[in-house]
Unconditional design. Structure first.
Length: 207
């Protein structure tokens, strides 16, 4: 891929991943999201090539500064066990229990197996660069989504005397569920504009 095209592509990916973790409640400076393409190139392009290793960063949860997430961009097009182990070592060393791995194209079955085996203590989420080229939550047809806390979920079920199984469902691999890092058992509140009521609220159970 041409160097300038690759830089423009990864600049978009970098912006989206910053927005994603901000939307999950992590602390992200607006200037990082608003970084221009020229600023991105100055910071991450060396010898005409984007240095993905330098794009790595961590962010702290706003409600608990001690809880961090690591964002790691792999150099390899097809990710094997080696980079996964490298990420795992960094997580253990820095006492970080959540990470997002952004990779170019593929991941070997053995690497995916390691990711699975690290859970539930260490959670590694996987995104391809293509999945992050556009922030899907900003599309005009996508309504606002808010993931409920456990307490909010409990209140909802009690108020309407519902069981989880009675709620409409959303699969954990759905692009929106994946964007917000939803886990099985969580409930998301969906807020749509309504011509008559101002807003129309529905809920979905993640399975």
């Amino acid at each position: 891929m041409d160097g300038d095209r690759e830089a423009a592509r990864l600049w978009r990916v970098y912006k989206t991943i910053r927005e994603l973790i901000r939307d999950r409640g992590y602390m992200v400076a607006q200037q990082e999201i608003d970084m221009s393409l020229d600023q991105f190139k100055a910071q991450f392009v060396q010898g005409g090539v984007v240095n993905r290793a330098n794009m790595m960063f961590t962010a702290s949860l706003e409600q608990d500064r001690n809880e961090q997430i690591l964002i790691f961009f792999t150099e390899e097009e097809s990710v094997g066990i080696k980079p996964i182990k490298k990420i795992a070592e960094r997580m253990v060393t820095n006492n970080i229990f959540k990470a997002i791995i952004v990779y170019a194209k593929g991941m070997t079955p053995s690497a995916k197996k390691v990711v699975t085996e690290m859970a539930p203590k260490y959670i590694l989420e996987l995104f391809t660069e293509a999945e992050l080229l556009v922030n899907i939550t900003q599309h005009i047809l996508v309504p606002k989504h808010e993931v409920l806390t456990d307490a909010e979920k409990k209140t909802l079920l009690e108020r309407y005397r519902l069981r989880e199984s009675q709620l409409p469902r959303i699969h954990h691999s759905d692009p929106i569920a994946k964007y917000y890092g939803m886990k099985r058992g969580q409930v998301v509140k969906i807020i749509r504009p309504s011509e008559t009521a101002g807003k129309y609220v529905t809920y979905r159970y993640c399975f």
